[in-house]
Design a binder for this molecule. Structure first.
Ligand SMILES: [Zn+2]
Length: 148
């Protein structure tokens, strides 16, 4: 706790009687001379009083007992848990690689050399100038690496 402006947690601990004797005495002395902190403590006390007025909700049964009962009758997995091995994933990875290779091959067969043009166009997003951007100067538009 600092000499001035105790934080909300400290005030709450003070209110709940959770501070040590020396800390409580320091805060008592501070609250006697600091109006903002005293008002903050009064607001916390009012809040605690309002919470105490709220009705207690009662389920009417022991929820923990119900959960424990359901866990007790739930089926448990039998035997040793199966561990994954790398060769277990081999058919999946081979299938994925074959699918990608087939897709690339079919795309190349369908579009031939024209497939290169859309890829270059798509990569223009990474140019130094955005599409439709204005030139700041000849060097920025026509310099090395700028869009042609
Ligand atoms: Zn204060």
């Amino acid at each position: 706790m600092t000499a001035h402006a105790p934080d909300m947690a400290t005030l709450s601990a003070y209110l709940d009687g959770e501070l040590g004797i020396s800390e409580r005495r320091q805060l008592d002395a501070h609250l006697a001379t600091c109006r903002p902190c005293a008002l903050q403590l009064a607001a916390l006390q009012a809040l605690a009083a309002d919470f105490a007025k709220l009705p207690q909700e009662n389920l009417g049964f022991d929820l923990a007992g119900v959960i424990e009962g359901r866990l007790a009758v739930a089926p448990r997995p039998r035997g040793k848990p199966r561990t994954a091995r790398w060769w277990g994933l081999l058919p999946v990875s081979l299938g994925a690689a074959a699918s990608i290779a087939l897709g690339v091959g079919m795309g190349s067969a369908l579009f031939g050399g024209a497939a290169v043009t859309p890829r270059v166009t798509a990569m223009s997003v990474f140019d130094t100038l955005p599409p439709g951007g204005l030139c700041l100067g000849a060097e920025s538009c026509y310099g090395k690496g700028a869009r042609k």
